[in-house]
Design a protein around this ligand. Structure first.
Ligand code: MCA
Ligand code: AMP
Length: 493
């Protein structure tokens, strides 16, 4: 049996999940996921690694479906709840999911897409009663999860991780951050990314701890939950800490005192997915008494580098490689470098298996001797890694989301009024970077107010540019290639 699922039976009396005002024990999670697995199997012995897409809000149902897919032998492909139809369609088409599990609230939205593709829609409400049957034995080398990540090619690629990869990712964090069954965490992150799925949900359930969910992040609600004093472990992206600081500052002094009191008795607060501004780290420490533990990870790796649980958490640095994860810095020839900046390359059981149906992209993302090339540049100073940036200016990080500038440009170029465009990320304390687009209009000025809703129908809201400039031509080098650094300067001069 899968180790994560097997471990759940060691905690018969503990609460696994708090969601929607109800608590669910580990035995309830095992029963619900078994029922879903049997329904997915429909008498078959094993789903044999077919992808199963699912669209379910964070909570008990989400975890039951995720585990149900795994226990039936399928590959779980979680859909983003807020994506517009074209982004959902990309995942359904690319995975070619023939079964899509949905909660009732999403059925109407997703059903037409599934019908077009001949995929069966399984609504959670229809899964009731006990079902008979046995579940397959799942070997840990089998494919478990497909998560979509933006890259330097225009459409997001499916990152396939095996159960062994996920177990390695979970175990290294359980050890490094000292998870135990006495922990109680609050999940505020979207559940189509590693940060929420592995670091928060899977680690807490592996440990026998309690994972509390809210439907989506709301700063004021989160502060009120903190004030109740049960949550003792919290993980989020820097933008979320920024928003929590703003919300705390708006509270009355007495409220602030209560919240800060609760925060100071928590065990661990972690930040990651994007660079943590030192200003946010310092302000949060003043409010909560916690020096945030910053770590570095990637969809293809889980976590690779972390500041220590005990010991110095150095501002502006991501720490040292986690146990079991090999990390090196290399030059452009993939030769290791010392005492100078280089690309972070990673090897270990945590590293993903492949990009789904993209053997060439998979091959070119590894060196000849099997190291994964992250595209992030770092330097080691006094033993700690400091991230300097990415080798490509076409990857933007905003609110912790990875965004491909090329993908947005492709969509903008389909607009009838736009002759050409260049998308860049501009530094921003709240969002890390904000997406900005320089547009070359075809004939007359483009109506930006109308452009935003037009884009929101085509790309997820967090990828929509927040700043625009209309220009007669884009800055280019002698080869005719748009120079993104000069595009950035257009916005600041
Ligand atoms: C939303 N807004 C934005 C952005 N996103 N403005 C600028 N830039 C953005 N990126 C605007 C909206 O248009 C809206 O404005 C207002 O902010 C509120 O929108 P909403 O969607 O409600 O925002 P939010 O709920 O406050 O979202 C912020 C968030 C979210 C919670 C930080 O971005 C988030 O969940 N980020 C986490 C993503 C994540 O998990 N990443 C991990 C992947 P208006 O009202 O004017 O329309 S990385 C990973 O997994 C690796 C392994 C790792 O290292 O962790
Ligand atoms: P994703 O592919 O969405 O999983 O995002 C992974 C990327 O997020 C990495 O390649 C880094 O560029 C970035 N990242 C993650 N954690 C950090 C961090 N602590 N500091 C800077 N960048 C980070």
């Amino acid at each position: 049996m899968l180790e994560l699922v097997e471990r759940a039976s060691h905690f018969p009396d503990r609460i696994a999940i708090l969601s929607g005002g109800k608590s669910y024990s580990y035995p309830e999670l095992l029963t619900a996921s078994e029922r879903i697995a049997l329904l997915l199997l429909k008498g078959r012995t094993d789903l044999q690694e077919v992808p199963v897409a699912f669209m379910v809000a964070p909570g008990f149902d989400y975890v039951s479906v995720l585990w149900g897919i795994w226990r039936a032998g399928g590959i779980a492909a979680p859909l983003c709840l807020s994506h517009p139809l074209p982004a959902l369609e990309h995942v359904l088409r690319d995975t070619d999911s023939k079964i899509v599990v949905v909660s009732a609230e999403f059925k109407e939205r997703i059903e037409p897409l599934c019908r077009n593709r001949g995929a069966e829609v399984l609504e959670l409400n229809s899964i009731t009663g006990r079902m008979a049957g046995t579940l397959p034995e799942i070997h840990e080398g089998r494919k478990a999860l497909i998560l979509y990540t933006s890259g330097t090619t225009n459409l997001p690629k499916g990152v396939v991780s095996t159960h062994r990869n996920l177990q390695a990712q979970i175990k290294s964090l359980i050890h490094a951050w000292k998870w135990s069954e006495n922990d109680h965490t609050l999940c505020v992150l979207p559940l189509h990314h590693v940060h929420g799925i592995v670091n928060v949900v899977s680690c807490s359930l592996w440990a026998g701890a309690c994972c509390q969910f809210i439907r989506e992040f709301d700063a004021s609600e989160v502060l009120s939950i903190f004030a109740q004093g049960q949550v003792n472990v919290f993980m989020a992206v820097p933008t979320i800490y920024f928003k929590l600081i703003t919300a705390w500052e708006r509270r009355a002094p007495e409220d602030q005192r209560v919240i800060s009191g609760s925060l100071s008795s928590m065990r661990l607060m972690v930040s990651g997915s994007a660079a943590l501004p030192v200003s946010v780290m310092d302000r949060w420490q003043a409010i909560s008494g916690h020096r945030l533990l910053e770590r570095y990870g990637m969809t293809e790796l889980g976590m690779a580098i972390s500041n220590p649980y005990e010991g110095e958490r150095r501002p502006g640095f991501v720490g040292k490689p986690l146990d079991g994860v090999d990390v090196r810095l290399c030059n452009e020839q993939d030769v290791p470098v010392v005492d100078q900046p280089g690309e972070i390359q990673v090897r270990g059981e945590n590293v993903f298996l492949e990009y789904w149906h993209q053997p060439e992209a998979t091959r070119s993302s590894f060196t000849k001797d099997g190291w994964f090339k992250t595209g992030d540049v770092a330097v080691v100073e006094n033993g700690y890694y400091r991230i300097l940036g990415r080798s490509s200016t076409d990857i933007i990080k905003s609110g912790g989301y990875k965004i491909s500038a090329l993908e947005i440009e492709e969509v903008l170029r389909t607009h009838e009024g736009i002759a050409d465009c260049a998308v860049v990320g501009l530094d921003d304390e709240e969002w890390g970077e904000v997406v900005a687009a320089a547009l070359v209009p075809r004939s007359k000025m483009i109506d930006i107010h109308a452009l935003t809703p037009w884009l929101k129908e085509r790309i997820p809201a967090y990828r929509v540019p927040r700043k625009y400039l209309q220009v007669t031509e884009l800055p280019r080098n002698a080869m005719g290639k748009v120079t993104k650094m000069d595009v950035k300067k257009l916005f600041t001069t």
